[in-house]
Design a protein around this ligand. Structure first.
Ligand SMILES: Cc1cc2nc3c(=O)[nH]c(=O)nc-3n(C[C@H](O)[C@H](O)[C@H](O)COP(=O)(O)OP(=O)(O)OC[C@H]3O[C@@H](n4cnc5c(N)ncnc54)[C@H](O)[C@@H]3O)c2cc1C
Length: 361
């Protein structure tokens, strides 16, 4: 079967029942007019899968779910997720130097080809009611699903200092692996004292001419091996008991103001970049209602196959953690986990339907 015929088969199944409409993003008609269907869903409607979160993980999960001919709905506060703030992406294999928002548009167009409806709204509650899950949104009512894929990402913590927002993407970075190559031959500050910050400092130092590692304490919360490597690296200067009080520059980062928290002394340090690695917070508070197990850092504990402790609920992307996860939050890993989550949801639904058919016999 050609991909288009396959897509159409999915669409016929997907949009068999539509009644009262809610606000939805209209997408993709330019790219695939033949495959476009009205983006309408009705509160209370039952889906095979509802994907919560429309970043790379959620959109990839939706694509695969649609290709498995599942009736799928994406509910997300923002389509494209963190990609919309990610600057230029040059580590997604096969697509070079693509601005994050453009890659987001490509993902969005791809699921539009399969007619997947995307509801722009915030999910405030997920709970199991009998055989199904009820997914309540802030403004568009409650939807029902046989399975749920959680892909809500995580919010990188900011420093909250003057200049940070203005210079974000202009030298201010929240992702060392994403941006390290940009700092070739430059002087850069890395902020933080955990594994991500120390790994980040080491990585940035392999490109930069000098790295200032700014940390508010005098000891690190990182694996000893990283501490040792950082201390021995001649390109890394430690600014301990210190915080960044301001980030400055006309159009790009040119300097930071560093304050010693013990003496309150301040000094200006000339840098072309500031890589902020001070942790992240997955927005998973609303999932308590469905009883999802979280890891010690507050991430959804994802098991092999992107399964969670709740049967029928799967999780993918930056919001996941736990002992089975290699934490490397990138577009490519989020997309891969989204695909696996969709496949697991498909297998779950097939085995459920198989069991129901046997009982009916
Ligand atoms: C500044 C920056 C630069 C980066 N650069 C790169 C790079 O160069 N290369 C790379 O590979 N990676 C990069 N990354 C990392 C990459 O963007 C993430 O790993 C990736 O976007 C994770 O995808 P995700 O789908 O898991 O989460 P997100 O992209 O964060 O998407 C989550 C989505 O869920 C939605 N959501 C959250 N809560 C709810 C709710 N309750 N109801 C409904 N919707 C909800 C959000 O609005 C969002 O749309 C960068 C990250 C940052 C911050």
């Amino acid at each position: 079967m050609t991909p288009e015929a396959e897509g159409l088969r999915g669409l016929l199944f997907l949009h068999g029942r539509t009644t009262r409409a809610v606000a939805l993003v209209e997408r993709g008609s330019r790219l695939a007019p033949r495959l476009r269907l009205p983006a309408r869903v009705a509160p209370g409607e039952l889906f095979d899968v509802i994907v919560v979160g429309g970043g790379p993980a959620g959109l990839s999960a939706a694509l695969y779910a649609a290709r498995f001919a599942l009736k799928v709905l994406v509910i997300s506060e923002e389509v494209g997720g963190t990609l919309n703030n990610a600057g230029v992406i040059d580590d997604y294999i096969g697509i070079q130097d693509v601005p994050g928002p453009e890659l987001a548009k490509r993902f969005e167009s791809h699921i539009a080809k399969y007619g997947v409806p995307v509801l722009v709204d915030r999910v405030v509650r997920v709970e199991r009611v009998g055989e199904h899950f009820e997914i309540s949104s802030r403004g568009s009512g409650t939807f029902r699903a046989q399975s749920v894929i959680i892909a809500v990402g995580s919010l990188r913590r900011k420093l909250g200092v003057p200049g940070e927002d203005r210079l974000m993407g202009r030298g201010v970075s929240y992702c060392a692996p994403c941006d390290a190559p940009m700092f070739k031959g430059k002087e850069v500050a890395v902020v933080g004292g955990g594994n991500a910050a120390l790994q980040g400092a080491l990585l940035v130092a392999s490109y930069a001419s000098k790295v200032y590692l700014v940390h508010r304490r005098d000891s690190f919360r990182a694996f000893p091996v990283y501490v040792d490597l950082v201390r021995k690296n001649p390109k890394i200067e430690l600014l301990l008991n210190s915080v960044v009080a301001e980030i400055g520059g006309t159009d790009r980062v040119e300097w930071i103001r560093v304050r010693n928290v013990l003496t309150n002394e301040e000094r200006e340090v000339g840098v072309s970049g500031v890589v902020i690695e001070v942790g992240a917070e997955p927005p998973v508070e609303f999932l308590k209602s469905v009883g999802l197990e979280l890891d010690e850092h507050g991430y959804v504990l994802a098991r092999p196959g992107q399964k969670t402790n709740v049967e029928g609920v799967f999780a993918a992307g930056d919001c996941t953690g736990g002992p089975y996860k290699k934490k490397f939050d990138q577009v490519v890993t989020a997309v891969a986990e989204g695909a696996v989550a969709a496949y697991s949801a498909y297998e779950y639904l097939m085995s459920k339907r198989g069991a129901e058919a046997q009982v009916a016999r």
